[in-house]
Design a protein around this ligand. Structure first.
Ligand code: COA
Length: 260
């Protein structure tokens, strides 16, 4: 895999680990980083050897402390729209990845950092993680999908509260709100994420892709998620993996899924 400047990437046992590598700036997401993240996610889509991804931040202080505020100075309205649009494209690509993506949130996940975590399918947080959408403090609103995904994940009432107060919440509170799936000790964060993704990728990759597509169909305008589910259920039935799944069950053995 190519070398990046703002990311460290490694593939271990078929899992792509993407580490945001701007520790001195608390892993703030600048334009170059968003472009490199796009490339890394394209690799996740295209490389058949890669079964899933974990995104985390370098160091023990931040997952990502937001979009890079230093790049905001002097922007016009059109620049602002273009910046937001670019973030949307990349974060939508993460969300619609056919392979599972887990955020290993190891510290501050503020603004764009919280939005990045929310674009992942699952979020595991270390005990020191902190979450928030502090954009209003800057006279701004979230621009990488935060107003939508936060509302989808924790509901309108709590989303409005976090967005309007700009409050930062700790990992325990994020767990109670359902913003994160699990809170673990900092030293166990990556191992927990690896076990989780190994479990998910041990199942039929077609079934996992179809779960992702079917769940996200709920949030797509003009699409009936129930119809999507019926259609994708049918597609699963027609796969070799489904035959293998039922044969393995009846023969009382572990299935060996091929993704076909
Ligand atoms: N964009 C650009 N640089 C950032 C950044 C961001 N979102 N967040 C942190 N940094 C930089 C700081 O400017 C500082 O750089 P410097 O050492 O060159 O001065 C470095 O990262 C360390 O941050 P610092 O503020 O000194 O750390 P802290 O422990 O005192 O505070 C935070 C941590 C997260 C509370 C604070 O950095 C912060 O509020 N960041 C901005 C969060 C935000 O508003 N995000 C949404 C952006 S839309």
């Amino acid at each position: 895999m190519k070398e990046f400047k703002t990311l460290i990437t490694e593939v271990t046992n078929g899992i792509l680990i993407i580490t945001i590598n701007r520790e001195d700036k608390l892993n703030a997401l600048n334009k170059a980083l968003i472009n490199e993240l796009d490339e890394a996610i394209t690799e996740l889509y295209d490389n058949a050897e890669i079964k899933g991804a974990i995104i985390t931040g370098k160091g023990n202080k931040a997952f990502a402390a937001g979009a890079d505020i230093a790049e905001f100075k002097g922007l016009t309205e059109e620049d602002g729209k273009a910046l937001a649009k670019r973030g949307h494209v990349v974060f939508n690509k993460i969300e619609m990845s056919p392979k599972p993506v887990i955020a290993a949130v190891n510290g501050f996940a503020l603004g764009g950092g919280c939005e990045l975590a929310m674009a992942c399918h699952l979020r595991i947080a270390s005990e020191n993680a902190k979450f928030g959408q502090p954009e209003v403090k800057l006279g701004l609103i979230p621009g990488y999908g935060g107003t939508q995904r936060l509302t989808q994940i924790i509901g309108k009432g709590k989303a409005l509260e976090l967005l309007m107060t700009a409050d930062t919440i700790d990992a325990t509170c994020a767990g109670k709100l359902g913003l994160v799936n699990e809170v673990v000790q900092t030293v166990e964060l990556l191992d927990t994420c690896k076990s989780l993704i190994n479990k998910i990728t041990s199942y039929s990759p077609i079934a996992i892709t179809n779960v992702i597509q079917s769940v996200y169909a709920h949030f797509k305008d003009g699409i009936d998620g129930f119809d999507t589910e019926i259609s994708l259920f049918g597609k699963c039935i027609a796969t070799e993996d489904f035959s293998e799944g039922i044969n393995a069950f009846l023969e009382k053995r572990k299935p060996s899924f091929k993704g076909k």
